[in-house]
Design a protein around this ligand. Structure first.
Ligand code: NAD
Length: 321
């Protein structure tokens, strides 16, 4: 797809299109409006009536909270965006893994990208549709855009669940905890325990100092809980959308307001940890150019091995689809 490298010199309109306005897309639109992160929000869906209804419903609260020009549109509205968010696709059924949705959602997102490419000139493309690593890889390939312009939410939600679960265990505010999950947004995700800190103090050292048990048992139990959280919510209510919408707002703020941040998101790897030709999550610097840098950390050998396992697992799916 043609791409205007000079778009940063243009006036920033903070215009965002959301393609797919089901639970996830409409919740993202609502959160963007409440947080006043976008000036203009366009809702696009194959079901035009539903996109129109969602746009009107969100718009009608604006006199009292938030702001944005919000309307339903079509792909021609994607010609001058700062951010395009793709959530189109079917969601996960009970007891289904994310990878089992690959073929259906590749087909749907391929259709989306074909239509989008007729109008696209600029803007970050953020993938939310699952399996997000596979879809991000495919969209990066189909569009041929510079690395980092296309990226996916990846493990940002898992990292947030990880921090939440650690905070609960330590009985302390999430704000002081730093930690990331990397690799696949799915079964083979990896907690990077060696880098988890509490107010800058390594977690083992912190637990020692406050006399709290923190052994391999806790190190296994916490990530196990985190991995199952999506499934647990789907069993309870059939879908997940609030958590991911909040994560997307965090990324949108970095992109639209040039408030560069760091989060574990998925993008096409270029030799990091010896891995190529697959999209996986790593902590990345995210700013107005999307993923601007992937951060290489010194991991423990077992963390590195698990990352390679994640690579193998994703590559075997890519070879099949
Ligand atoms: P949903 O069924 O409520 O909404 C999907 C929307 O996509 C529907 O409105 C549908 O009409 C639309 N759509 C389908 N085909 C389309 C096409 N060709 N063009 C445009 N729109 C099309 O599903 P949802 O709960 O909103 O979930 C959407 C996706 O987000 C799923 O793949 C889900 O697994 C994923 N998700 C990802 C994360 C994450 O962490 N990455 C978290 C939650 C959900």
């Amino acid at each position: 797809m043609p791409y205007s490298i000079n778009f940063l010199n243009n006036q920033y309109k903070r215009k965002v299109s959301i393609i797919g306005t089901g639970y996830v897309g409409s919740t993202i639109a609502y959160a963007l409006m409440l947080k006043e992160l976008a000036r203009e929000i366009v809702l696009i869906d194959i079901n035009k009536k539903s996109a129109k209804g969602e746009a009107l419903d969100i718009k009608h609260g604006i006199p009292y909270m938030g702001s944005a020009i919000i309307y339903d549109g079509d792909y021609s509205d994607c010609s001058d965006n700062d951010l395009i968010i793709i959530t189109a696709g079917r969601n996960r059924k009970t007891n289904e893994s994310r990878l089992e949705m690959a073929e259906d959602n590749i087909r749907i997102v391929n259709n989306v990208v074909n239509q989008l490419s007729k109008y696209y000139t600029k803007g970050i493309i953020l993938i939310v549709t699952n399996p997000v690593d596979i879809i991000t890889y495919k969209v990066a390939q189909w569009t041929g855009l510079p690395n980092g312009i296309v990226f996916g939410t990846g493990c940002i939600l898992d990292s947030s669940r990880f921090v939440n679960t650690i905070a609960d265990y330590l009985s302390i505010n999430t704000e002081v905890i730093n930690g990331a999950i990397v690799g696949e947004h799915g079964e083979s995700q990896i907690p990077i325990w060696t880098k988890v800190t509490v107010a800058g103090v390594p977690i083992d050292e912190y637990c020692d100092s406050i006399g709290l048990q923190f052994t391999q048992v806790e190190k296994d139990m916490i990530p196990q809980k985190v991995k199952g959280m999506g499934t647990e919510i789907i069993l309870d209510k059939g879908k997940t959308h609030y958590g991911i919408a909040t994560c997307v707002c965090y990324l949108a703020d970095a992109i639209l307001n040039r408030r560069a941040t760091i989060a574990s998101v998925t993008s096409l790897l270029e030799g990091e940890y010896g891995v190529n030709n697959v999209a996986l999550s790593l902590p990345c610097i995210i700013g107005s150019n999307g993923v601007e840098k992937r951060i290489i950390e010194r991991w423990a050998d077992n963390e590195l091995k698990l990352f390679k396992d994640s690579e193998k697992r994703l590559k075997s799916v890519l070879a099949r689809v």
